[in-house]
Design a protein around this ligand. Structure first.
Ligand SMILES: Nc1ncnc2c1ncn2[C@@H]1O[C@H](COP(=O)(O)OP(=O)(O)O)[C@@H](O)[C@H]1O
Ligand SMILES: [Mg+2]
Length: 590
């Protein structure tokens, strides 16, 4: 109950419709309960008196009542359908908005399939709950109450006989509710896991096929769906049990009432009409009572869905950040000041990835960042646009602490090209223009494409309008990387952060991109993660990241001479990047 109450803010806007629908449904049910009373009048009056006119009149009246009941139920459905799809849509929109504002650390922790299933299946369950069980639990409750009062008024001894099973029924319902809650939660979580597997295997279809893993992947899927099937069967068994109890007990009670009632009529203690009315009232209450089983089940699923929905909604979003503080005029450029960072989901007690990074990149300067794989280069770049929060220390842009900038302002100042160039299923041009605030046009797009040497775009069937498939998989790795680079430079940012932006390019394209990038780098402050000497040579100075801190800063030549670790990293012995390394050394020699 308490969980479901949290839905109120979303339901509030449509409360008038929902309440009138419930009222109409109660009215319809009560109209249904009048039918037995007309029957009683028919049996004791016109039928007993052999009055055909009266019988016709009674029949006509019954017909009219039936029509009214049907019309009212139709009206109820019409009342709720539109507003409830609106509730579902607004909850879904709120979830999506929230997901976009949740920090990257949240998304590191949560499987995408879990989020997907919450946004789809769970919300559908909620809409169904609001449309049906919510109203009918109320309506059936009122109907049962009114019906019981009518039965007791007809004949209170018969009434008590029929009411006999009420207490065992309620106890069963409570037990059922508890057990069903657990299984329902399990099933919904398992749907989320299953969604994750499907999503991963669709996105990773190339790897799966390439390694011939489709059998083992199918097996993993089969196992998970088998588990889910088991859970669903447990749900079905629980439902079958409660259904059995809920149907049998009242049926037995009605049978007993029939026996007692017939005996009373035979003794002349009860009129035949009253018995007919009594039994038809009891039969009219059968559906409201029987439906309680699955109404409770549906409500339980809705409560679970609400719980799962709010688990995501209750996660704290990134605070927007304060308005910019006053800059310290002497302190320009990009400065890391004793920055420490450990991932929020890292095992407790493990060493931080960055442990006291101090580095100053002067205004307009380009700094290359070099370090072994896993030394924390990507992590360091992610801290600048505040994708993660520093554990301690500070980063300043032109003297302003990034923690004091609003995220929006910060992210307009800083542009990033990530290691994995992610593209969206949109046009090539739109993918690049994501890097601007929306004011950039054709000219900026062309300039960015030419800096990134992404002229291949013009050879695509519809030029910059060509849509790239999901995640841009219809393009080559190098092409994607160049588009990501174009996206980073299109907005002419003050600060540019590039995480190994040229790794997938061939030597010639790399050289061409470097030549064009030089002009861009001339008037931006940049941090460029680099593995090859050729990329390092783009920068004015190089910083070496090792053991969580910056251990050396200087020009490429200085570090080659003075730092053994740097010389080793650049020597090419450790990797197969022969071609890039050679071209770099040529350039170095020049
Ligand atoms: N999201 C994350 N959660 C926890 N640990 C992470 C996460 N991303 C990276 N790491 C860890 O941080 C370390 C540095 O990673 P990374 O910055 O990607 O290195 P580099 O880019 O220098 O190769 C690695 O040991 C990696 O396992
Ligand atoms: Mg990296």
């Amino acid at each position: 109950m308490r969980t479901l109450l949290r839905l109120w803010p979303y339901v509030r806007p449509v409360r008038a419709r929902l309440f009138s629908a419930a009222f109409v449904a109660i009215l319809a049910s009560c109209v249904g309960l009048v039918i037995p009373l007309v029957l009683k009048w028919l049996v004791d009056g016109p039928v007993a008196d052999h009055d055909p006119g009266g019988v016709w009149l009674g029949a006509l009246f019954l017909l009219l009542l039936g029509f009214t009941e049907a019309l009212l139920f139709g009206l109820r459905r019409w009342l709720v359908a539109r507003p409830l799809s609106h509730v579902e849509a607004s909850m879904r929109a709120a979830l999506y908005r929230h997901l976009q504002r949740l920090p990257v650390a949240f998304h590191d922790r949560w499987a995408s399939g879990q989020l997907l299933s919450r946004g789809t299946t769970d919300l559908m369950l909620l809409r169904q709950f609001l449309a049906f069980p919510l109203t009918f639990l109320l309506v059936n409750g009122v109907t049962i109450l009114v019906g019981v009062v009518i039965m007791l008024l007809q004949d209170w001894t018969l009434g008590l006989v029929v009411l006999g099973p009420a207490v065992p029924l309620m106890v069963t319902c409570v037990i059922f509710e508890k057990r069903y809650a657990k299984v329902a939660r399990l099933a919904q979580d398992q749907v989320g896991d299953l969604t994750t597997v499907v999503e991963e295997s669709v996105l990773g279809i190339r790897v799966i096929k390439g390694f011939g893993r489709h059998r083992s992947q199918a097996r993993a899927f089969r196992e998970l769906s088998g588990t889910l099937r088991g859970t669903e069967l447990r749900k079905a068994r629980l439902l079958a049990t409660i259904w059995g109890v809920i149907v049998t007990l009242p049926e037995v009670a009605i049978g007993a009432a029939l026996v007692v009632g017939v005996a009373q009529v035979a003794d002349g203690a009860l009129s035949a009409g009253t018995l007919v009315a009594f039994l038809s009232t009891a039969l009219a209450l059968r559906w409201p009572v029987e439906s309680i089983g699955f109404l409770l089940a549906m409500s339980q699923e809705a409560a679970t869905a609400t719980e799962r929905y709010f688990e995501v909604m209750d996660e704290g979003v990134e605070d927007p950040g304060a308005a910019a503080a006053a800059p310290n005029a002497e302190d320009e450029g990009l400065r890391f000041d004793n920055v420490r960072f450990r991932y929020p989901d890292a095992p407790p007690g493990s060493a931080p990835v960055l442990d006291g990074v101090t580095l100053h990149i002067r205004p307009g300067e380009s700094m290359a960042l070099v370090g072994a794989t896993g030394s924390g280069k990507t992590t360091l770049t992610a801290l600048i646009p505040r994708l993660y929060e520093l554990t301690s220390g500070r980063i300043t842009l032109d003297g302003v602490d990034i923690a004091a900038l609003s995220r929006e302002a910060l992210r307009t100042k800083v542009a990033v090209a990530f290691e994995e160039p992610t593209l969206f299923s949109a046009g090539v041009g739109d993918n690049v223009l994501m890097g601007t605030d929306g004011t950039a046009g054709e000219r900026e797009l062309e300039r960015a494409l030419s800096v990134a040497q992404a002229d291949f775009v013009h050879a695509l069937p519809q030029g910059t309008q060509t849509r790239v498939g999901e995640q841009g998989l219809s393009l080559s790795g190098g092409q994607r990387q160049r588009l990501a680079l174009a996206r980073a430079v299109v907005g002419q940012p003050e600060f540019l952060v590039l995480d190994d932006p040229l790794s997938a390019l061939d030597v010639h394209t790399e050289a061409a991109v470097e030549a064009a990038l030089r002009q861009v780098l001339a008037d931006t402050t940049a941090l460029i993660v680099a593995h090859r000497p050729s990329t390092v040579l783009l920068a004015d100075r190089v910083a070496l990241l090792s053991g969580g801190r910056i251990t050396a800063v200087g020009t490429h030549q200085e570090l080659l001479r003075s730092n053994a670790e740097y010389a080793h990293l650049m020597s090419g012995e450790q990797s197969g990047e022969q071609s890039g390394e050679q071209s770099g050394q040529e350039e170095g020699a020049r």
